[in-house]
Design a protein around this ligand. Structure first.
Ligand SMILES: [Zn+2]
Length: 212
């Protein structure tokens, strides 16, 4: 009898957990970060990765808080269906450029470091590139040795500007597979219209003369 009850409990727990392909990445800001910038970065991350990224509410941060502590606090705000949260934070320039702790399901990028020597367009691109990189880190994917891939290793922030803004084809393929295995929802691609063929010509009949 006891065994049966346990089995039933196990069953209901399985029912409560998010369904496959129901999990998403969350993107949030912390501190003074332009919400419009965050939204553009979100859209570009979705377009390049194919995985759904939702905009989450801004995360509170206190002065002097380390990047890691802000990230950890952000991870606590995750919704049940959030696979991981990525935070664009305006932290101190003395803090690291980014911290990613996959087992704690968060990544946090320091805008104060990313914007050094960059105009608005460059900052947006750098944040998107780092966003794409941490998405793969949260999924435990390895870096890529291919120079024309956003997942290649780099040294200085400015190096990002010379780097690709997207995954190379094998990395994209790998990302899609790993993301699906992790139950992540992918952006629905529009179903391509079948090549339009001219409709069967109506039976040849003289067109009626327009009424006078
Ligand atoms: Zn690659």
């Amino acid at each position: 009898m006891k065994k049966i009850i346990l089995m039933l409990l196990g069953l209901s727990a399985a029912t409560l957990s998010p369904a496959a392909e129901d999990r998403v990445f969350a993107l949030a800001t912390a501190g003074e970060v332009d919400p419009a910038l965050a939204e553009r970065v979100r859209v570009r991350m979705e377009e390049s990765s194919g995985a759904v990224v939702r905009m989450a509410p801004p995360v509170a941060m206190e002065p002097g808080q380390t990047l890691e502590a802000i990230g950890r606090a952000a991870a606590k705000t995750r919704a049940a269906t959030d696979f991981g949260i990525i935070v664009l934070a305006r932290s101190e320039p003395s803090q690291p450029q980014g911290v990613c702790l996959p087992h704690e399901h968060f990544a946090i990028l320091n805008i104060s470091r990313l914007e050094a020597g960059a105009d608005a367009a460059r900052l947006e691109r750098r944040a998107m590139q780092e966003g794409l990189r941490v998405m793969t880190m949260l999924l435990d994917m390895a870096p890529c040795p291919f120079p024309l891939c956003v997942l290649v290793g780099y040294e200085k922030t400015g190096d990002l500007d010379q780097m690709s803004g997207s995954y190379c084809p094998p990395c994209l393929e790998r990302f899609e597979r790993v993301a699906r295995d992790a139950g992540l929802r992918m952006v629905e691609k529009p179903i391509p219209e079948p090549a339009s063929e001219p409709e069967a010509a109506p039976a040849a009949e003289p067109a009626p003369a327009p009424a006078e």
